[in-house]
Design a protein around this ligand. Structure first.
Ligand SMILES: Cc1cc2nc3c(=O)[nH]c(=O)nc-3n(C[C@H](O)[C@H](O)[C@H](O)COP(=O)(O)OP(=O)(O)OC[C@H]3O[C@@H](n4cnc5c(N)ncnc54)[C@H](O)[C@@H]3O)c2cc1C
Ligand code: FES
Ligand code: FES
Length: 1330
């Protein structure tokens, strides 16, 4: 860190060790300090903006005033080190290690199988650890809250929650043998199923073993008189005064300098918007900002108090005073519980929240409605300013002057007859900025229903927090009754108008939410008036509104025991923990960016196109090259070998040469000595463009202009046209599915190291396909592949997104390493990763279906279009896979499908778990649903009627047995108690007008392996060392799916030695060459056979030695073998199935076999807001005989939750000029803990065998993703129930994802129907409908 002027010495502790920093740079966040300076790489970076929790650490501070130590979790990515003076930081490395003692939290999350790729695990561990430091015996609510801000893309959260649940007092009951019956309420377990983990073996939590707060810091806080501190960095200075007077002076002299408290607003602005603040003032040590003063009318709360502190204070006061006085406090408690994550609330300050004046701030509407005020100070003196409609004057602007400081906030007691409520709706139930949020207050004349005063404020309805003043005027002085309220709705509708192209979109939904919230307020007020006997009518039971349930119950995981005669040592078929789980939980596991820097290493930052379709007229790097640390700028001209990658006859530029075809296309790259310098350099490169006409963004535009990647595909069987003439009914429908961002927690990462002689390169890459990266790099550098070695230790998730895109990124990084002759690291920031690397293909489909009165479907005709983006990538293969799955589980005699990959000017889309199947099947199942609705019959009956039965043949003429498909279906219906619960849901719907329950049961038949035969081969290399230890290498890559664990199991069985003797270090192209991608759910099948082959060869070679000395032991055999000159190294090979698909003949054998499954989900939907909960999911899967049930159940649950995200919440939004808006977890919501079904039960189908794969197992990585659609169809079912109350029956369109917006609007409630809909085409929408 360089400095321009001397500063103070920063002093804090990390994991019990003192850190003194002479030149603390205010721009340095704790995360980079830990990772880069301290080499504590356990704390991970997933987003850099407080939205993923991967960087969670615990911060402890001593408070001299109360003589207490407080511990809180925080996001290290937003924590400036300068804010940490006097604090103690604990990271995942500080609580336990495999070398010494692992902490119970680390142990339990790992052993409960809560760590797959492990990238989220340290963050999860620290979130839970901090909770336990504050509350050693938490309840489930505490746990769910503590984990709410931590994202995991692999596990589906259930195992993490179950691991953490073991710390609760009351955790022994499974509560899950069907209807929630269990040990707690009398259910019995005579035949206990085998568990995935044994909690009796867990080490007990012993709080006395925890790191203590450093006594030195305690003394420092007690003894030293605080002094003003200042720190100076390369571009920024930081001043931390200790008195209010000094603070005021500083702010007067530097009115533009922000006061940084939690840094949750300023931090993201600096990081993501490139804002530069030469001076930062930190009022963190000014005591006056933290005081709490009680008055008879309310309480003054220091503006510096964190939101978590405000919440605890409100809770304390709510318990202390009568309810009528604490209405506002209670409303604040509720709202604070929903705002951000625990980590954010622990640091974000009350003053910061108010003055940030976000349009969708959660607190400001309720503070304003509650008549709060702020006390501000400046050199001119103190003044009180009410927080009313005049306070918020513009986007992120308030009426306060730049030099004014909020000292405290007055929160008044409520009066008798006063009621305060808050309502909010967000894209995700928790840890998500609200779409619309509100605070409402009404005050009645004593004993009357006449309104004396009312205030209603909304967030999310414009540039500021807005007051519905006219609506309030229509209510005040009138009786609270139907007449007043119905007028109020009309006034509100006119008052809060949003233009159709309003930023943020969702205009119709946002307007309807304003009405819904007022309506909900009305119901609550009426209830209150009844309670206080002001009105005496009985509320209609159907009109009641209760909060949706939220506590996650323990689920069931049923799998087959291994047979009793299997040796104890043989691990195959047993629920073995992921072999790296403990290293992942302790932060010791090494990911690509955790590798220590190489001497002279540079960092690479990409410069991407800002235009969707344009000629590049110039690249001006002169300013960038002048910046400190910038070493070089790499353009296409620097590429010594091939400048393009070719596939299917289309060329893709590695770096754009003369033209760009999407926003986000890589144009050049800046290499510099640090990440920050490279990033600043990239900002400084100027590219000039000449726009080219008519960019194409949407599928509609592409179809209109016939913009496709060829070949387009078609397939049919029977005679569809003729069949349509003979059926009783013909129905046509359409559905759209949005794309899906991979959101692997570890972004694309690589390190290219020139070896220094003969143009040899070592690449450490997070890729699913090392060989492709090796080939691409060799081709780009113009060198033979034997000079490039690609190493993959592990990936922090991949999901199909680390195949083709990684190879291009690695090629660019290698060019930079070649040109500079230095090691070059490239780790994409989350926003760049989302912008550049593409996603799952969005799909638009139409279908026509012919069916009989009895429900038989005789003909179906589908047409699919995918939005492929600007390059072909794997889009044609995806289009093919879509057609191969047209039948899903149904025997439709006349079936036709066409599919085309549309070429557009959006970033190129790529493989994503399921590879087109999740898109294909949603359309098929939607069609079946339509048939059911047309006939007025339950959808599951239509599914049953049309399902394959017995020996069957698909539309591509592939014979298979459907027996296990039907077994899964029947078992799922039975386990889910489908019929009884269906009746119960119908009954619930009759009893409730605003809440509806929906159910669905969905089957799947999923083809395993690659239709491209050559991709099914695999190889392995097994070495036995003289000490008997075994090193296995194979072609599969570890991305969390547990392939190394399974390979260890295979080797253990085949060599007949315990797994502990077997090690798998990495996947590398110099040990196993010419590998195939770890994809298509085929990794274990292929590599397992190769490892088996190698081990069997070795076992055979050892036979004479064993026969000579049958008792062994193993080590002796190996030693003897060495001296007898027997080779202890063997290569294994698996040729794979000879699969093919002939698209001319439209037939083939593209799969080795099918994995079958069925899933039943039930949801409860709040029709007024579109919010929903998945109450229960039961999932039955046929995966043959599982090699490792815990790993397989992990894949099943993780894929299901990813599917739930795809079909119900994840939305990619593009601007009208083709720029991706959703470039981080704040804008793009993947499922979080709150989205886990409250009862989530998994059953592996017993007695299933598969002759086509290792040990009779089946591939499972991808299939169950589609079963997340059971939640989509359950929502659709609930919506249908709501629509029927408005007289709307029959098929209706609900596009995917079924977000709260879509679900709420589809319910077509009379109230929300009041909102006028702008005519499409009459305005430019904020976001494209791609
Ligand atoms: C991941 C994430 C999720 C979030 N989710 C939500 C959400 O769901 N709902 C919601 O409402 N908000 C949410 N927020 C916003 C968050 O609540 C605010 O950013 C936060 O309250 C700001 O407080 P701070 O202390 O961090 O402000 P800082 O970033 O430290 O400062 C912000 C601004 O406030 C000014 N300031 C601070 N204190 C004072 C003072 N005493 N007097 C005068 N000026 C002052 C500073 O000058 C600066 O301009 C989220 C933020 C993040 C990062
Ligand atoms: S990296 Fe800090 S919250 Fe995502
Ligand atoms: S295990 Fe959680 S992100 Fe991979």
């Amino acid at each position: 860190m360089s400095t321009s002027q001397p500063g103070d010495i920063l002093c804090f502790f990390i994991n019990g060790k003192k850190v003194t920093e002479q030149h603390a740079d205010p721009e340095t966040m704790l995360l980079s300090f830990l990772r880069e300076k301290m080499r504590l790489t356990g704390t991970k970076s997933g987003c850099g903006g407080g939205g993923c929790g991967a960087c969670t650490v615990m911060v402890s501070r001593y408070q001299p005033a109360t003589k207490t130590i407080i511990h809180f979790s925080a996001n290290a990515c937003l924590l400036p080190i300068c804010q940490l003076h006097g604090a103690a930081v604990t990271t995942v490395e500080g609580i336990g290690s495999t070398k010494t003692r692992i902490h119970p939290v680390q142990e339990r999350i790992a052993k409960a199988h809560g760590s797959q790729c492990g990238f989220c695990t340290p963050g999860m561990v620290m979130a839970m650890y901090t909770l336990l430091r504050n509350k050693p015996q938490p309840n489930m609510e505490d746990i769910q809250e503590a984990l709410a801000g931590n994202l995991c893309r692999c596990t589906g959260y259930r195992p993490i929650v179950d691991g953490c649940r073991t710390f609760c007092e009351e955790t022994n009951c499974c509560k899950a043998n069907g209807s929630g019956n269990g040990c707690l309420n009398g259910g019995s377990h005579t035949d206990e199923p085998e568990r995935l983990f044994d909690k009796d073996e867990f080490v007990q939590l012993d709080p006395t073993q925890e790191l203590i707060f450093p006594p030195e810091l305690l003394l420092m806080a007690e003894r030293e008189t605080p002094q003003t501190l200042s720190f100076h960095g390369e571009r920024m200075s930081w001043i931390s005064p200790v008195s209010l007077q000094e603070l005021v002076q500083l702010k007067t002299r530097n009115p533009k300098a922000p006061l940084v408290m939690g840094n949750t607003n300023i931090g993201p602005d600096i990081k993501f918007k490139g804002v530069l603040h030469p001076l930062i003032i930190s009022p963190f040590r000014v005591k006056e900002l933290f005081g709490v003063t009680h008055t008879p009318k309310g309480v003054w709360v220091g503006a510096g108090c964190s939101l978590a502190e405000v919440r605890s204070l409100m809770e304390k006061l709510a318990a202390q005073f009568p309810q009528e006085k604490t209405e506002l406090f209670r409303a604040l408690i509720q709202q604070l519980g929903n705002l951000g994550s625990v980590q954010i609330r622990n640091v974000a300050s009350l003053g910061g929240q108010i003055i940030s004046a976000y349009p969708n701030s959660d607190l400001n509407p309720v503070l304003a409605a509650g008549k709060c005020k702020v006390s501000v100070i400046s050199e001119g003196g103190r003044r009180e300013v009410p927080l009313d409609q005049d306070f918020f004057v513009g986007f992120c602007k308030t009426v306060l002057k730049p030099e004014e400081i909020i000292v405290s906030v007055f929160i008044p007691f409520t009066r008798k007859g006063e009621l305060v409520r808050v309502f909010r709706q967000a894209p995700r139930k928790e840890t998500s900025f609200a779409t619309v949020t509100s605070g409402m207050r009404v005050f009645f004349c004593e004993g009357s229903r006449v309104v004396q005063d009312v205030s209603v404020y909304y967030g999310g309805m414009g540039a500021t927090t807005v007051s519905a003043a006219k609506t309030c005027a229509a209510i005040v002085s009138r009786p609270w009754d139907d007449e007043t309220l119905s007028r109020a709705y009309d006034v509100l509708l006119d008052e809060l108008v949003l233009p159709p192209s309003a930023p943020g979109g969702k205009v119709e939904f946002r307007r309807s939410l304003t009405l819904s919230f007022l309506f909900k307020f009305n119901l609550e007020v009426l209830q209150k008036l009844r309670e206080t006997k002001v009105i005496t009518d009985e509320p209609p039971a159907r009109m009641k509104i209760q909060p949706l349930p939220r506590e996650i119950q323990p689920g069931l995981q049923e799998f087959q025991h291994v047979s009793s005669d299997q040796s104890e040592q043989d691990p195959v078929g047993r629920p073995i923990m992921h072999r790296s789980a403990l290293s992942q939980a302790t932060g010791e596991a090494v990911y690509c960016d955790d590798m220590p820097p190489i001497d002279g290493e540079l960092f690479l930052s990409l410069v991407t196109s800002a235009r969707a379709h344009a000629k590049i007229t110039g690249i001006d790097a002169s300013e960038a090259l002048k910046l400190p640390g910038v070493v070089d700028v790499i353009t296409a001209k620097d590429i010594p070998g091939k400048k393009v990658r070719a596939s299917f006859g289309y060329d893709e530029d590695v770096l754009a040469q003369s033209e760009v075809s999407c926003v986000g296309q890589m144009v050049c790259a800046v290499v510099a000595d640090t990440r920050e310098h490279a990033k600043r350099g990239a900002y400084a490169v100027k590219i000039s463009y000449e726009d080219l006409p008519d960019p194409i963004f949407t599928i509609e535009e592409a179809v209109e202009k016939a913009s496709y990647f060829e070949p387009r595909r078609k397939i049919w069987r029977g005679d569809v046209t003729e069949a349509f003439k003979t059926v009783d009914h013909v129905h046509e429908g359409r559905i759209k599915l949005g794309g899906q961002e991979h959101f692997y927690m570890e972004t694309q990462s690589m390190l290219a190291i020139p070896v220094g002689e003969e143009t040899e390169f070592n690449l450490y890459v997070s890729t699913q396909w090392p060989t492709l990266t090796q080939d691409a790099v060799a081709e780009t550098l113009g060198i033979p592949a034997n000079r490039v070695t690609c190493h993959v230790k592990r990936m922090g998730g991949a999901f199909g997104g680390k195949v083709t895109k990684t190879s291009i990124l690695a090629s660019i990084t290698a060019v930079a390493a070649w040109k500079t002759n230095r090691a070059v690291r490239c780790v994409l920031e989350r926003g760049d990763d989302m912008l550049i690397t593409g996603a799952r293909h969005p799909v638009q489909a139409t279908y026509k279906v012919g069916f009989m009165n009895d429900g038989r479907i005789l003909a179906a005709d589908f047409e699919y279009f995918t939005n492929a983006g600007n390059t072909i990538d794997e889009s044609v293969l995806v289009a093919e896979k879509i057609l191969l799955h047209l039948d899903n589980a149904y025997d439709i005699p006349n079936l036709r499908g066409r599919s085309a990959a549309c070429r557009t000017h959006l970033p190129s889309n790529t493989a994503f778990r399921g590879f087109g199947v999740p898109q294909s099947l949603l359309v098929v199942e939607n069609m079946v649903n339509d048939v059911a609705m047309k006939l007025g019959r339950p959808a599951h009956q239509i599914r049953e009627i049309n399902m394959y039965r017995g020996p069957s043949v698909t539309h591509y003429n592939f014979a298979f047995s459907a027996e296990n498909l039907l077994r899964c279906w029947d078992e799922c219906k039975a386990k889910a108690e489908f019929d009884a619960r269906r009746r119960a849901a119908d009954h619930f719907n009759q009893q409730n007008r605003w809440r509806k329950r929906g159910m669905s049961i969905i089957p799947i038949k999923y083809g395993i392996a690659f239709a491209e035969s050559f991709l099914n081969q695999a190889a392995a290399l097994v070495h036995i060392y003289k000490d008997g230890s075994v090193l296995v290498t194979h072609g599969g890559t570890e991305m969390g799916q547990g392939i190394h664990t399974k390979m260890q199991q295979v080797a253990s069985r085949e060599l007949n030695i315990p797994p502990s003797k077997i090690y798998i270090s990495e996947t590398s192209t110099n040990t196993v060459p010419n590998t195939c991608p770890s994809a298509a759910s085929f990794g274990t099948d292929a590599n397992g056979m190769a490892v088996q082959n190698a081990c069997q060869i070795l076992h055979q070679r050892l036979k004479p030695i064993r026969e000579k000395n049958p008792k062994g032991p193993w080590e002796k055999w190996i030693n003897d073998a060495f001296f007898e000159k027997i080779s202890l190294s063997a290569t294994g090979f698996y040729r794979g199935h000879d699969l093919y698909m002939d698209w001319e003949k439209m037939e083939g054998q593209p799969y080795a076999y099918y994995t079958f499954g069925a899933c039943c989900s039930e949801v409860e939907l709040d029709c007024l807001s579109g919010d929903y909960r998945t109450l229960r999911t039961d999932l039955v899967v046929d995966i043959g005989r599982s090699v490792n049930p815990s790993v397989d159940i992990g894949q099943i649950e993780g894929a299901f939750i990813q599917g739930l995200g795809l079909y119900t919440m994840e939305e990619l939004k593009f601007s009208p000029s083709g720029l991706l808006y959703t470039r981080g977890p704040s804008q793009y919501k993947i499922p979080a803990v709150c989205d886990v079904p409250l009862h989530f039960n998994i059953y592996l189908l017993p007695d299933s065998h598969n002759p086509h794969a290792i040990y009779s197992s089946k591939g499972i990585g991808e299939p169950t993703l589609f079963l997340g659609s059971s939640v989509f169809f359950a929502i659709k079912d609930a919506v249908a129930a709501a629509r029927s109350e408005s007289g709307l029956v029959g098929p209706f369109t609900l596009n995917s994802p079924a977000t709260p917006e879509k679900a709420c609007l589809a319910c077509a409630l009379p109230l929300t129907q009041k909102v006028p809909v702008s005519k499409p085409g009459s305005f430019k929408p904020w976001a494209l409908d791609i």
